[in-house]
Design a protein around this ligand. Structure first.
Ligand code: DC
Length: 224
């Protein structure tokens, strides 16, 4: 099979991370979690006390930072100016802040080039919101993964209930709030690319979704 750029977009909690990782593993491809890049920006903005509306402050901040991924057998780490911040970017506060900074064009322009650079070698699964629409409009194959808001909230809640004090209702409210932010912003709003394959994961096990995706890839490009 020729080397591919595969994109998997969709709303928070649709199962993108689990599925994208599994697809990348099966194909022996790199897995790239672009949400972690937005979270890293949010993390630095918080440390520097820069408000998400302060475009000038964000732009200056972006010029000072270097972002990189490091892959290990136990998962992927994100480095911000060489410091591993992976364990600090999943808090509810950074999650909401990441959604806010992701609506700023200075931030999206900064991350666009970083992401495209990562795609040059191909053989990668890119997970995000605008991979198929903006970052890789020429991707070899695009998927848009979705699920009902209730199911997505339930998954997030179960995943983080030991680390977070949020109730299931609060998680669902956050998800709906983020859906609105992410899909109503002017730049790169969350929406399926016209040529994306829609996959609804409500009530479907991750393995089954992965099989569906691999079957589509095989159908188009032959055996891995
Ligand atoms: O996938 P995630 O929850 O880690 O993403 C964090 C935030 O970053 C989310 O609110 C949307 C934003 N994001 C984006 O705008 N574009 C991407 N390609 C990835 C994430």
């Amino acid at each position: 099979m020729k080397p591919l750029v595969i994109t998997i977009d969709g709303p928070a909690g649709a199962g993108k991370t689990t599925v994208s990782r599994m697809v990348a593993d099966r194909l022996n491809y790199r897995y790239i979690d672009t949400g972690a890049l937005y979270r890293a920006i949010a993390y630095q903005a918080k440390s520097d006390q820069i408000q998400p509306e302060d475009d000038e402050g964000l732009e200056k901040m972006c010029r000072r930072i270097k972002l990189a991924f490091q892959s290990f057998s136990h998962g992927q780490r994100i480095l911000l100016n060489e410091t591993d911040i992976t364990d600090f970017i999943r808090t509810p506060e950074i999650t909401m802040l990441a959604s806010a900074v992701s609506a700023r064009s200075v931030v999206r322009a900064f991350l666009l080039e970083i992401q495209r650079d990562m795609g040059r070698e191909k053989e990668a699964v890119f997970e995000g919101r605008d991979m198929g629409t903006v970052v890789f409009p020429e991707a070899d194959i695009k998927f848009f993964l979705t699920a009902s808001a209730k199911e997505r909230a339930r998954r997030r809640y179960n995943e983080f209930k030991d680390q977070s004090k949020q109730s299931l209702d609060e998680v669902e409210q956050d998800i709906r709030h983020r859906d609105r932010n992410d899909s109503q912003r002017d730049i790169a709003p969350l929406k399926p690319a016209t040529d994306a394959i829609l996959v609804d994961s409500s009530g479907v096990a991750a393995e089954e979704v992965v099989q569906q995706i691999l079957a589509e890839i095989e159908h188009r490009f032959g055996n891995a």
